[in-house]
Design a protein around this ligand. Structure first.
Ligand code: NAP
Length: 267
């Protein structure tokens, strides 16, 4: 098999990313002679770097803040990357840049694992209106009867996002109303990543609701710990992160990675 010339993560910052650890574990387990490298890329560096990567048919992932810029530079987009409006996985084929979005599949798998199957007729309270929130909405579009209330501090962004997903989404200005009847509560903001802040007080959440934090931290996030202590089913962003990485690996190499080896590498 012909492998990509380089396998990279493009972002800024990338210093705390867990992706090199689990992608390198997957590469080792598959016997693929490549090393996954995280590269710090500032805005103006992206375009020339992509041209250099094109010359060697590289592949990789994209993270904050380049997911939309890379989408704009792609020659081919998958349906999901188009729907979300962002690319987190890329590869070159015959000199053309291809982009996909595996955050959608990553979230879908993690949510199903949390609730024990497709979240049918889910009432979702979604905090945040950025790229990760768009991936959540794209996944929810595939679930029977799902309805999503978007809660965001920037109502212009929230309105724009809801307009892109009219079949499932609406904007809710009141946190209390968004939480009433919610069966799944999702944090798609960075709250809790750097400190012990929580996107919403868990005492306001019904005990039967499932709680999904897209934020991940070694040792877990404070919101998920608080929700579990209260008796809610809860998962942090690690399961989504691993699954989006596993789906990226499939796109690059056409084979399933060893998910257990990936998981073990993070312990
Ligand atoms: P993004 O595009 O920058 O969007 C972030 C959203 O959160 C925006 O709506 C932003 O509002 C809002 N926000 C930021 N700080 C906030 C605060 N202090 N209080 C309330 N709202 C706040 O980022 P993203 O790509 O969607 O990522 C969001 C989070 O999800 C990040 O922590 C990221 O690491 C995580 N994520 C995890 C995975 C995974 O695999 N687990 C995948 C993707 C993303 P403004 O527009 O007003 O700033």
């Amino acid at each position: 098999m012909e492998y990509p010339g380089r396998l990279v993560l493009l972002g800024n910052p990338v210093s705390h990313s867990l992706s090199p650890t689990f992608q390198n574990a997957a590469l080792l387990a598959a016997g693929i002679p490549l090393v996954y490298e995280a590269i710090e890329v500032r805005g103006q560096e992206l375009r020339p770097l992509l041209e250099d990567l094109r010359k060697i048919s590289a592949a990789g992932n994209v993270t904050i803040p380049h997911k939309v810029a890379v989408r704009d530079r792609c020659d081919e987009l998958t349906e999901l990357a188009t729907r979300v409006g962002a690319v987190n996985t890329f590869w070159f084929k015959a000199g053309r840049l291809h982009g996909d979005n595996t955050d959608v599949g990553g979230f879908d798998t993690a949510a199903r694992a949390l609730v024990g199957g497709e979240p049918t007729d889910a009432r979702i309270a979604l905090f945040g209106a950025g790229g990760a929130a768009a991936a959540v909405l794209a996944a929810a579009e595939g679930w029977t009867g799902a309805k999503v209330s978007i809660v965001a501090r920037n109502t212009t962004k929230a309105d724009a996002l809801a307009r892109r997903f009219p079949d499932v989404a609406r904007v809710e200005k009141s946190v209390k109303r968004a939480l009433t009847d919610a069966t799944l509560i999702v944090n798609a903001t960075p709250v809790g990543q750097q400190n012990d802040e929580q996107p919403v007080d868990v005492s306001k959440i019904s005990k039967s609701a499932a709680v999904m934090d897209l934020v991940y931290r070694r040792g877990g996030t404070p919101w998920v710990k608080a929700a579990r202590d209260r008796g809610n089913r809860a998962a942090d962003g690690l399961s989504m992160l691993l699954e989006q990485g596993a789906l990226s690996f499939q796109r690059w190499f056409g084979i399933d990675p060893d998910r257990e080896a990936m998981r073990q590498s993070l312990l």
